[in-house]
Design a protein around this ligand. Structure first.
Ligand SMILES: Nc1nc2c(ncn2[C@@H]2O[C@H](COP(=O)(O)OP(=O)(O)OP(=O)(O)O)[C@@H](O)[C@H]2O)c(=O)[nH]1
Ligand SMILES: [Mg+2]
Length: 255
């Protein structure tokens, strides 16, 4: 580990879509960064357990065409950004780690394991339940309470929050009107974060499963999933600086 090691929290109720989202967003972020070329920034898992966890989710989807029921998930997911560096032709390329990211899972309603020194948080909300189930309001309130308490105690201020609305594919096509409705449902959370002067941004995630034509293989439609973690990481360790020079807006809108 180097001096740039950051801790992020993955906060949500059970089954809110966190594992699926993290696997898809990791895969998509790698794909986007790769499109910048070898000399740019890359993303990788730091340890075997993280790599196996992500691989297990994606390969289950590809083979079975449904979402995995996971057991034995690691408590943390460890990733790092790196550059490739070739000191001489003889020794070939070496990975130079730029910064490390440790994602910690927090499952509500128990928030006792919230980290006092986290650098940022990703809040997960089941969009389908938010729209269809009046009882879900209580969960949104619970999440808001935890987020406010984190914001108030945070060592880094303002504490950045990426708010991820999962399972949006279950609501049909993501039109501007649907986004407005969802944003309205989130007002109790977003206004509370605004009052506490916390940096926050809302992201919509639709990880539907598609069939690869003329095969019995499947894929996760993950095109919109990299924006939330990359935004969160960029607010903490700006990527648009030399030697990285990754323009996040351009990257996310490139394809
Ligand atoms: N349609 C749809 N279903 C999703 C999506 N993401 C997750 N799901 C469903 O939600 C279930 C839970 O997703 P997970 O990613 O395991 O959620 P989690 O928060 O990690 O759950 P636990 O860690 O078990 O508490 C999955 O088994 C899927 O059925 C999505 O984007 N679209
Ligand atoms: Mg999980």
């Amino acid at each position: 580990m180097n001096e740039f090691t950051y801790h992020l929290q993955i906060i949500g109720h059970p089954q809110s879509g966190r594992s699926t989202f993290l696997a898809a967003s990791y895969y998509r972020a790698r794909e986007l960064l790769r499109s910048l070329g070898k000399a740019s920034l890359s993303l990788s898992c730091t340890d075997q357990a993280s790599r196996e966890f992500i691989d297990r989710i994606l390969s289950h989807v590809r083979v079975n065409g449904d979402y995995p029921k996971l057991s034995g998930c690691p408590d943390t997911l460890r990733l790092h950004f790196y550059n490739l560096h070739a000191p001489t032709r003889l020794f070939g390329e070496r990975e130079i780690a730029v910064c490390y990211w440790i994602w910690h899972k927090l499952s509500l309603p128990d928030s006792s394991a919230a980290l006092p020194d986290a650098d940022g948080s990703c809040l997960f909300i089941d969009a389908a339940q938010l729209m269809d189930d009046i009882a879900y309001r209580a969960k949104l309130d619970e999440l808001t309470g935890v987020a406010l308490s984190i914001a108030q105690k945070a060592h880094r201020r303002p504490h950045p929050f990426a708010i991820v609305l999962t399972k949006c594919d279950l609501l049909g096509q993501m039109t501007p009107a649907l986004r407005r409705v969802l944003n309205r449902e989130l007002i109790p959370l977003t206004e509370a974060l605004a009052r506490s002067e916390s940096l926050h941004q809302v992201f919509f995630s639709s990880l539907a499963i598609g069939v690869v034509p003329n095969t019995q293989r499947y894929f996760l439609l993950s095109s919109d999933s990299a924006a939330a973690p990359l935004w969160l990481m960029d607010t903490i360790h700006p990527l648009n600086q030399a030697p990285l020079n990754v323009d996040l807006d351009q990257l996310l809108n490139a394809r």
